[in-house]
Design a protein around this ligand. Structure first.
Ligand code: MG
Length: 381
């Protein structure tokens, strides 16, 4: 009785989804979904991103980023995923490989059984958010391909509403900063990493070459709330739009104090990892920065988006240095956010995929199924 009710709900939900998808073979898709004879097969492979510039933020510098690429095969469909693991966040090729080796999807017969599949993946071990995201992304890509539609369309989002993305300028010497700003000519919003001694000098250097809107990421680098507030007033006069993670994440009262008085919106990034953190961020920041690599993927990202909205908070979608795989995945949610910081694939030399592009500074989604990806390097996974 319970099972037949569940099947009824599942079929109704799938039929409901299909109603919104243009195309002739809706019933053919429906049959594929309900065949349920194949097993899902997960494969993963390490890859190292080469960055175009040495990338410096308040806490460290680096010129490569380790990523783990994944694919899930099912019934002649293949979904791709990615875990991007900047070293300071604690995941690595080793930890992701170890985690993904424990994932056994063979017990699940239906990739649409996402809530259960991802709850199982999350329960294997705590932490490992990027490795978990690599499965979530591959699974979403897979179901989009089975349904023959991009995810943004399945979710009913309007891709033309995807915002401009900011382009990040790391901390560097005045000459290099000017050079980077000139290279960023195509982008409409500049994101600047602050949180060191030379913050004002960085802004004055950038303002000497451009009058574009600027957003600030202090990466917890400001420790004195009064000084931080003075700085924000100074920044507002120079066309800055908002401040991301001004103060250390554990200084909750200071961050709340600052948000209450700040003439610019404040965003929590390091302090907002997963869904329960959104509630904690309410009253502490004006908005949250959602990243797939923090929150275990698209399914939880959508929940965070909806929760933040219901709390009246702003939302930005961010990224790590990533290939077009994870960026294309994140961009499926971009039509629903206030600010996008999805420049991760623009910062690397060896992107093995093509997907969402930045055209005239705007996040521009493709109409390809799933996360909208094309594999350029055939052997990469
Ligand atoms: Mg940040």
């Amino acid at each position: 009785m319970k099972d037949s009710r569940r099947n009824f709900i599942k079929k109704t939900t799938v039929a409901g989804l299909l109603t919104f998808i243009p195309g002739k073979n809706l019933f053919a898709n429906f049959n594929i979904i309900n065949r349920n004879t194949d097993k899902m097969k997960l494969t993963f492979k390490p890859y190292t991103l080469e960055l175009k510039h040495v990338f410096t933020i308040a806490t460290n510098s680096r010129k490569t980023t380790p990523v783990m690429l994944t694919k899930i095969e099912y019934d002649n469909f293949v979904g791709y995923g990615e875990a991007s693991m900047p070293p300071y966040l604690g995941e690595s090729h080793e930890t992701a490989g170890k985690f993904l080796s424990k994932v056994d999807l063979s017990n699940f017969k239906d990739p649409f059984d996402m809530e259960n599949i991802l709850a199982y993946v999350d329960s294997i071990e705590s932490g490992n958010p990027a490795a978990k995201a690599s499965i979530d992304i591959a699974l979403h890509d897979l179901i989009g391909k089975i349904l023959k539609a991009p995810l943004y369309k399945i979710w009913g989002y309007d891709k033309t509403k995807a915002p401009f993305t900011s382009y990040t300028i790391g901390i560097d010497t005045a000459e290099v900063v000017k050079q980077k700003v000139r290279e960023a000519d195509e982008y409409k919003i500049i994101k600047v990493k602050l949180g060191r001694e030379n913050d004002k000098e960085m802004i004055e250097t950038i303002r000497s070459v451009t009058d574009k809107p600027i957003t600030i990421d202090a990466n917890q680098g400001w420790t004195d709330k009064e000084k931080a507030l003075d700085m924000i007033y100074w920044l507002k006069e120079r066309g800055i739009k908002f401040i991301e993670q001004a103060m250390p994440k554990q200084n909750i009262d200071d961050n709340a104090w600052l948000t209450e008085r700040s003439p610019l919106p404040t965003f929590g990034d390091e302090s907002v990892q997963r869904l329960p953190d959104v509630i904690k961020a309410h009253g502490v920041y004006s908005g949250i920065n959602i990243k797939l690599m923090k929150c275990t993927g698209l399914r939880e990202a959508n929940k965070m988006l909806n929760l933040a909205r219901s709390l009246g908070m702003q939302v930005m979608m961010g990224c790590m240095t990533e290939t077009s795989c994870a960026i294309s995945a994140a961009s499926q949610i971009a039509p629903m956010v206030d600010w996008a910081d999805l420049d991760g694939a623009l910062l690397i030399r060896n992107d093995p995929f093509e997907g969402t592009k930045v055209i005239d500074g705007k996040v521009t989604l493709t109409d390809a199924s799933g996360i909208g990806l094309t594999k350029v390097d055939k052997n990469v996974i």
